[in-house]
Write a protein that binds this ligand. Structure first.
Ligand SMILES: [Zn+2]
Length: 116
């Protein structure tokens, strides 16, 4: 559970998030200090290029987390894994320059690429 505030949802279409999720990452950011685990025995981390880390369940394969480093202040949580209702809304589309060619972006999506 998250024992603190969650930021609204960012959809990240970067090549790493597409590979991790099979589509795009829809995530809400929280403080890592606010995460509480009943058990994290099946939590696994994958770092495709050393620049970021993705957390997933080693048993069911759920795409759970994204963070820049183990000691990063924040972690992004795959919102599809949260109990409903989340009370969250999608506020941004990241890395639209890398979105899948099968995907039609929302017409009012605000692109935000970190490379400019
Ligand atoms: Zn991404």
């Amino acid at each position: 559970m998250v024992d603190g505030p969650l930021a609204d949802v960012l959809n990240c279409h970067c090549h790493r998030c597409r590979r991790f999720t099979g589509h795009h990452m829809a995530a809400a950011s929280a403080s890592q200090a606010d995460l509480r685990f009943a058990s994290d025995a099946t939590l696994r981390w994958w770092s495709p290029d050393g620049a970021v880390q993705y957390g997933f369940c080693g048993v069911c394969g759920a795409s759970l987390f994204w963070r820049t480093a183990e000691d990063a202040p924040n972690v992004s949580i795959g919102v599809g894994t949260l109990d409903q209702p989340t009370g969250l809304r999608t506020v941004a589309e990241w890395w639209m320059s890398e979105h899948g060619d099968y995907h039609t972006p929302e017409p009012d999506a605000v692109p935000h690429d970190l490379d400019g």
